[in-house]
Design a protein around this ligand. Sequence first.
Ligand code: CO
Length: 150
Amino acid sequence: MLEQAAALAGAFRALGPVDHIGIAVPSLAEALPFWQATLGLPLAEIEEVADQKVRTAILPTGEARVELLEPTAEDSPIAVYMAKRGPGIHHVALRVQGLEAKLAELKAAGVRLIDEVPRLGAGGNRIAFLHPKATGGVLLELCEPVGHPG
Ligand code: CO
């Protein structure tokens, strides 16, 4: 595989720009007036991601997006997060093309992954999380936009 050869040569796949910032909120209804009306960001969509037990509101800003995350169940990862650390920044997502290859590369480098296989995120994007213990405490998402397979 070309990817493996590149990884062995130390030529790691480049990551793209910040795709979005995930922000945990207790309620979209209470959070949205600030982001929409006060800051003036457009609301692109609200979507329920059953897999992660969240409802997300996507608000584009420049090249990136704000992703508000409201838990839909008490055992939602977002509810668990807020119980420990309160509302606020939950994760940062970097764009990548060739998500599987990037994950294989990171795993080979000994990086602890939450998702060794991509899953479906908001907007139908393919996503995978790195473990915060591997990143100095940041929940880092790698995100491959639909229509841009690597
Ligand atoms: Co995200």
